[in-house]
Design a protein around this ligand. Structure first.
Ligand SMILES: [Zn+2]
Ligand SMILES: [Zn+2]
Length: 309
């Protein structure tokens, strides 16, 4: 029995909500997110767990003047501050990219578009422009991109991705038949639904849930408190339940020879409650013999699948 497990973490900071007005999930200066990224990279090094970090391309910039060329609709960059990394650390974060790439562990720095564009709602031309921009930025870092995660699960056409060097994408799926009560149960205790990767139009599609699975929906998401209903349950019980959820998903992948893909945003685990789960999970994975479970980045998965073709 050999299971495969992939972890992807979205680094988007202020760009994740630049078209919305809520920022209560983020720290005001990006310090909590930076602290927890450091903790994660240290823990991943100790446990030798490689992770796919998908970053919004704009964060790779040290500074900008607030305008970016391309076939965008008017006002798309209206919340771009036209500033720099030291003044607006939620809109520029080249330091984070460097940390991921400089880590001893073989992490992958992949892409979440240049400006958190909703790929299914814009023309192919816009998606192409974003990918071109991202490929230029990543090649400056000597880290070309081959893995893609669309913002808010809004899918582009695979052919557009393939034309721009992408050969693996993470897409979200849903079990539609669930009643609201069953959906709540799936979210809190699992089991995590399982969908196996497949190649479509030359792109390997690896699937995840629409909601975050690596972190617990019952605990604070970053700086934002959980829904009132969850707060009545003791914190320890909520932590224990999510550990069980992750353990169950991992063991099923091993027992059924399956691939499981877990994900969250960087901000999600940037608090002491979620961190306890992440820290425990990486150690739990490290204790599983490699002959039972291999941890693969999206790029590793893609190499394996495309080499079978
Ligand atoms: Zn800009
Ligand atoms: Zn996002």
């Amino acid at each position: 029995m050999v299971g495969r497990l992939t972890i992807s973490i979205e680094i988007e900071l202020g760009w994740g909500v630049h078209d919305r007005s809520t920022t209560d999930h983020l720290s005001s200066d990006g310090s909590a997110e930076r602290e927890y990224l450091d903790r994660l990279l240290q823990k991943a090094e100790k446990t030798d767990i490689p992770i796919s970090f998908d970053i919004v391309g704009h964060l790779l910039l040290e500074e900008c003047d607030g305008t970016h060329e391309g076939p965008y609709e008017d006002g798309w960059f209206k919340s771009d501050p036209g500033s720099d990394a030291s003044t607006r650390p939620l809109m520029y974060a080249p330091d984070m990219a460097r940390k991921v790439l400089d880590a001893e562990t073989d992490h992958e720095l992949c892409t979440h578009t240049f400006s958190h564009i909703l790929c299914g709602e814009v023309s192919e031309e816009v998606v192409a422009a974003e990918l071109e921009h991202v490929q230029d930025l990543h090649s400056d870092l000597h880290a070309p991109v081959s893995s893609f995660i669309p913002p808010r699960h809004s899918r582009p056409a695979n052919r557009t991705l393939r034309r721009h060097g992408i050969d693996v994408a993470r897409y979200a799926r849903e079990k539609r038949s669930l009643t609201p009560l069953h959906r709540l149960k799936e979210l809190v205790v699992g089991p995590l639904p399982s969908w196996q990767p497949e190649v479509n139009d030359g792109v390997l599609e690896t699937y995840c849930t629409t909601y975050t699975s690596l972190t617990a929906g019952t605990l604070p998401a970053g700086q934002r408190p959980p829904l009132v209903g969850y707060r009545a349950i003791p914190t320890e019980a909520r932590i224990r339940t999510h550990k069980y959820y992750l353990e169950r998903a991992t063991k099923r992948a091993i027992n059924l020879n399956e691939t499981v893909h877990l994900w969250c945003h960087l901000y999600d685990f940037s608090n002491k409650y979620q961190w306890r789960i992440i820290e425990w999970f990486l150690e739990f994975l490290n204790d599983i013999p490699a002959k039972e479970l291999t941890i693969k980045t999206m790029e590793d998965l893609s190499e394996e699948y495309h080499s079978r073709e």
